[in-house]
Every structure is written in structure tokens, then in C-alpha cells.
Write a protein that binds this ligand. Structure first.
Ligand code: ADP
Length: 394
């Protein structure tokens, strides 16, 4: 199959997966192909590729991230795709990498230096960057950071009230999901008459979940903090957790750091509360009191944390749902809006029954004091656009 298409490759390397997309380099908003490799590093790699994908040949079951990327690049090149630049999602950019940028040795070294702050993400992002660099050293690569969007937070919003030396060593509330927030802000700006409301809270509700308070489109506070473990209840993460509980596990339960980490990353949240699943769709379809309890807790936490962000903003004009749950679950949206009645939310049940698309879907009545919207996020689209801007301009 000969494509001869000039494409941007977007890579999102997670702890055990690599999601990729090819975007038309002349029209970065246009996706040509997307796919996913899962189970990387587990000895049982699975590939999920669309029917129109070129024949990549087999991928070794014990492939690591570098092998997987190499296999992907080889297959794309053999399939006739001409990759002109690669854009990577990088989870942590710290304080120095506070905007998307071209990757050079200094940027690569900084991403590596930040590994202790993002042990389950940055090493994989780096492996992907290096695998591309090894095969095609001259190919421009761009890094887009999940933390960067929150660089506008005032210092007060980023503090942990622990001895100052930790702050000076980089321990602060960075916030994550920045590419999603950037995408939603751009889409609301384009799709709403009068542009983005002055004081907005966006709820990114997927497997990971967070809220962001925006003043004039800039992040001023967010529920994820030093790591993506803070804030809302997530699929398998607890969010907000009393630090004293961790001490209790260490001192009284004899758990070590690895066991505590596993419990907090993989066994908590919706899964831990329900004992059934961390997947919201499964819980919604499940007629079990424990599933309902987990959903109640999920919504309760969103409403409480929205109160905190509304206080940080001095009131809110708009609330926006996005992410797999926010885009698709009318039930969760209805429950959250019920909890936001005190802020003036008056749901429109008919509109709320619809799925979110690329333009804002208003799900409150015309008279509602608080405007609530649902919209699809497009993190890959942001990476493609930034890659085109930084790698191809001029
Ligand atoms: P990720 O954070 O991994 O990118 P997504 O944004 O795709 O994940 O969100 C995944 C979550 O969205 C899962 O909990 C899934 O059950 C939920 N979800 C997807 N579609 C629906 C739906 N129609 N109703 C309820 N939940 C849904």
C-alpha cells in the first residue's frame, strides 16, 4: 500500500501502552490513522490497529517501549508514510519546561532529570523520544507537557505547606491533564458566542480525573497536585488522601513503598470502593449497591472540589464536562449538576441526553445562572498542532 503522505506522528507513551496517531502535516487537525499497542513490558503485547493500517508484521510479545516504537516506525515507513515530525505527550515538564518545545539534548536531559517526579510516565516518554532519535536522528521531535498548561497558577495555589526547602527542590502542585484543558479552552473559545466565560471550571473525567479552575482561559488552580494521585476519585486512584494514612500503612501495617504505590495506583478509586470495576460504564450497568456507592462517592467528590475551585475563582460562570465519562455519561453529568444547583445549575435533561461532540453542547436551560457544557477533548489534536507549529514553521 503506497501512501506517500507527509504526516505528523503523535505518540502518547503510557506505562504499558503506546497510543499513536498520524495527522496530515498540511492539515494537522486531520487524522489519517490511529492505533494502540497495549500490554507493553508485560510479556503479552497486543496491537489494536484499524483495518486500513498497513501490514506491520508481528511484534514480539516481550517488546518493551523502545522495541514497540521501532516496530511502529518501521511499519509506517514500509507502508509508505513519510513522517516529517514527531510530537510526544510528555507528562512532566517541571518548572523549566513550561511550554511545548522542540526536543534537543538539553530538553531530553531535563525530561530525564524529572523522572523522580513522574516515575510511571517520564521514562516511557523518554524511551519513545530516544527510539525515534536512534532511527531518524535528523527528524524534528516536539514535546508537549501535561503540566505546562498549569504554569500560570499563582504560587499560592502550588504550595504544599511543608518546609520551604521542599518547594525549592521542586516539590509543588504542578497539575496534569494540561493538553486536554488546552484543547477544551481552544474549542470553547471557537464554539461559544462571546468566547470562553471569564470564570470556568473544566472537569476532565476519564480513567484519570481532575478539575481545573480557569480565569480568562488560564489555569489558576487544579485538583491534581505534585503527582496525578491527588484530587478526584479516579478509576483506580483514590485522589485526595490524608498523608497520615500513608504513615499509618508504613508504621502500623508494615507495608513497603512498592505495596503502597500499587494500592494507590491500581487498587483504589472506583475499583477499590466498588470491589467490582474501575470502569464507569461497567459500574453504571451494574445493579449492585457497591457500584452505586462508588458512583455516589465519585460525584460527591467532584461537587465538593468544585466548591473549592469556585472559591478560588470568586464564583463561576461556566462548568464544562470532558473525558470519556464527561463526554458520554448523562447520568454522571445529571448527578453533578444536581450537586451544583447552589451555584445556579438548571439542567436541560433533553440536551443532557446527547453525546458531546467537537463543539460545546449546552446542557443547562437558557435561564440557568450557571452555564454547563459537555465537549469532546482532543489531546492528540493539540500535540499535532504544536508539532506543526514548532517543527514545520518557516
Ligand atoms: P483515559 O483517561 O484512559 O484517556 P477515557 O477518557 O477514555 O480514559 O475515559 C475512560 C472512562 O470513560 C471509563 O471509566 C469508561 O467507562 C468511561 N466511559 C466511556 N464511555 C462511557 C459511557 N457511555 N458511559 C459511562 N462511562 C463511559
Amino acid at each position: 500500500m503506497a501512501h506517500e503522505a507527509l504526516v505528523l506522528l503523535v505518540i502518547n507513551a503510557g506505562s504499558s501502552s503506546v497510543k499513536f496517531a498520524l495527522h496530515d502535516s498540511a492539515h494537522p487537525g486531520t487524522v489519517i490513522l490511529r492505533g494502540q499497542l497495549a500490554g507493553i513490558g508485560t510479556g503479552a503485547v497486543r496491537t489494536d490497529l484499524p483495518a486500513e493500517a498497513p501490514d506491520f508484521g508481528p511484534l514480539r510479545e516481550d517488546a518493551d517501549h523502545a522495541d514497540a516504537i521501532d516496530w511502529l516506525l518501521e511499519g509506517l515507513a514500509a507502508g509508505g508514510f513519510s513522517i516529517v515530525a514527531v510530537g510526544h505527550r510528555v507528562v512532566h515538564g517541571g518548572t523549566r519546561l513550561s511550554a511545548a518545545c522542540r526536543i534537543d539534548r538539553t530538553v531530553e536531559a531535563e525530561i530525564e532529570r524529572l523522572i523522580p517526579l513522574a516515575r510511571s510516565h517520564n521514562p516511557h516518554n523518554l524511551a519513545a523520544i530516544r527510539a525515534v532519535g536512534k532511527r531518524w536522528p535528523a527528524l524534528p521531535q516536539v514535546a508537549c507537557f501535561d503540566t505546562a498548561f498549569h504554569a500560570t497558577q499563582p504560587e499560592l495555589a502550588t504550595l504544599l505547606a511543608v518546609p520551604r526547602r521542599f518547594y525549592d527542590a521542586g516539590v509543588r502542585r504542578y497539575g496534569f491533564h494540561g493538553l486536554s484543558y488546552q484543547s477544551v479552552v481552544a474549542r470553547l473559545g471557537r464554539g461559544l458566542e462571546g468566547g470562553l466565560p471569564e470564570r470556568t471550571v473544566i472537569a476532565h473525567l476519564g480513567n484519570g480525573a481532575s478539575l481545573c479552575a480557569l480565569a480568562d482561559g488560564k489555569s489558576v488552580a487544579t485538583t491534581m497536585g505534585f503527582t496525578p494521585l491527588d484530587g478526584l476519585i479516579m478509576g483506580t486512584r483514590p485522589g485526595l488522601t490524608d498523608a497520615g494514612f500513608i504513615l499509618y500503612l508504613l508504621e502500623e501495617c508494615g507495608m513497603n513503598a512498592g505495596e503502597i504505590s500499587d494500592m494507590l495506583q491500581r487498587e483504589s478509586g472506583l475499583l477499590g470502593l466498588s470491589g467490582i470495576s474501575g470502569d464507569m460504564r461497567v459500574l453504571e450497568e451494574c445493579d449492585d449497591a457497591r457500584a452505586r456507592f462508588a458512583i455516589d462517592a465519585f460525584c460527591y467528590r467532584i461537587v465538593r472540589e468544585t466548591g473549592s475551585l469556585a472559591a478560588a475563582l470568586g464564583g463561576i460562570d461556566a462548568f464544562v464536562f470532558t473525558g470519556g465519562i464527561g463526554e458520554n455519561s448523562a447520568m454522571i453529568r445529571a448527578r453533578v449538576m444536581e450537586g451544583l444547583a447552589w451555584l445556579g445549575a438548571e439542567p436541560d435533561p433533553r440536551a443532557n441526553g446527547l453525546k458531546a461532540g467537537d463543539s460545546p453542547l449546552r446542557i443547562t436551560t437558557a435561564d440557568s445562572r450557571l452555564s454547563v457544557y459537555a465537549i469532546r477533548t482532543d489531546e492528540e489534536g493539540i500535540i499535532a498542532a504544536e508539532t506543526a507549529r514548532l517543527a514545520l514553521a518557516g
